[in-house]
Design a protein around this ligand. Structure first.
Ligand code: HEC
Length: 134
């Protein structure tokens, strides 16, 4: 009686983990960007390059996404005022990219600061692909 109970518990935890990793809201956000960008798939590799690059055109004190989010998205970042920012990697912070209004608000604000322009749908999709792949 004991073993099957444990097995059932393990199965349930594994299933819940999987559901969390593949959040339907995150998938819907990605699908929206794919439609807008007119692409079938995003590139985690391009997303990583975009996240780590030094960009011109934005504010000089924030040249890169990593200025605040750090080089390792599985670790917390820090605002310029020193306030902690939770990790960006979905594996470390499953809440990431599960609220489209929140996602859009921060893309707008941060892309303005770093690039001096809005991020394209392709850039947003690649970035989420990267941060979901870690
Ligand atoms: C000046 C500091 C700063 C910079 C530079 C910055 N961010 Fe952020 N970012 C934040 C803060 C603060 C939050 C909100 C707090 C949080 O979500 O933990 C945030 C949140 C986000 C979110 C919301 C994610 C979610 O939870 O759904 C996205 C998307 C994002 N940033 C993208 C970017 C991108 C892309 C860049 C580079 C182009 C960038 N950020 C650069 C400070 C920054």
């Amino acid at each position: 009686m004991r073993l099957p109970t444990i097995l059932l518990a393990v199965t349930l935890v594994a299933t819940a983990g999987l559901a969390l990793a593949a959040s339907p809201v995150r998938q819907a956000i990605l699908d929206g960007y794919a439609k807008e960008a007119g692409v079938a798939a995003f590139s985690a590799e391009r997303g990583k390059a975009f996240f780590e690059a030094s960009h011109a055109g934005g504010k000089p004190e924030t040249p890169s996404c990593t200025t605040c989010h750090g080089m390792d998205p599985r670790m917390p970042g820090r605002t310029r005022a020193g306030k902690a920012i939770e990790p960006m990697a979905v594996s470390a912070n499953p809440k990431r990219f599960t609220d489209s209004a929140f996602v859009e608000k921060w893309f707008k604000r941060n892309c303005d600061s770093v690039l001096g322009r809005p991020c394209s749908a392709a850039e947003k999709g690649d970035l989420i692909a990267y941060l979901s792949s870690l």
